[in-house]
Ligand binder design. Structure first.
Ligand code: URA
Ligand code: SF4
Length: 190
């Protein structure tokens, strides 16, 4: 399956009820052969309107975080979400919705073949790392899953709500940068 076929199929998805209320499906943004991938929870209002992940206030903070370690959504990473359509009123995506949608993300990951996957927030970490992931205790730690390095950061929205978490997140970003230099230095020469 090519990237274009995959995106076209996803754009028509009706696998869960979220298709009924979406304005735009949010497939993802970035470079398709990136070694580093970021995964959030699901689109919010701005993302639903624009069809791109992380474009609201949280998205601005994410871009600042990326810039701190020389990453850029248009140059050297790929960014997607666990669910591709906005849950009404930004509620957490239901387990059934996550299960209906995860196949699209898995297919994206099969094509991108990232070496490092960064989960943004608890929900992505519980889906991609382990069901009982504890974000307050386990953010910033690396988990090897089938040869791919997974880590989680606090979600940008959580950092906006509680700026006291920012210093820890800065440390996590520095650890991420070191891991990128070790495993995929090409990320920094694009
Ligand atoms: N929050 C997310 O988890 N993903 C987005 O795309 C936007 C906000
Ligand atoms: Fe399909 Fe995912 Fe959108 Fe549900 S959230 S309709 S599974 S793309």
């Amino acid at each position: 399956m090519t990237w274009e076929d995959l995106e076209r199929a996803a754009q028509n998805c009706t696998r869960c009820a979220l298709y009924e209320t979406r304005t735009k499906l949010v497939f993802g943004v970035g470079v398709r052969d990136a070694d580093v991938m970021f995964v959030g929870e699901g689109p919010g209002e701005n993302e639903d309107l624009q069809g791109e992940p992380f474009v609201g206030r949280g998205g601005q903070l994410l871009d600042t975080m990326l810039t701190l370690i020389d990453l850029d959504r248009r140059r050297n990473v790929y960014i997607a979400n666990i669910v591709k359509c906005r849950p009404p009123k930004n509620r957490d995506p239901l387990g059934t919705e996550q299960e209906a949608c995860i196949g699209w993300l898995r297919a994206q990951m099969d094509l991108i073949k990232p070496k490092i996957v960064v989960c943004l927030g608890r929900i992505a970490a519980t889906v991609l790392i382990k069901p009982d992931f504890k974000i307050t205790r386990e953010h910033g730690q690396f988990f090897d899953i089938n040869g791919v390095q997974y880590m989680a950061l606090y979600h940008p929205a959580a950092l906006l709500r509680d700026p006291r978490k920012k210093p820890e997140t800065f440390d996590d970003l520095k650890a991420l940068q070191a891991k990128i230099r070790e495993l995929c230095p090409g990320t920094y020469t694009r």
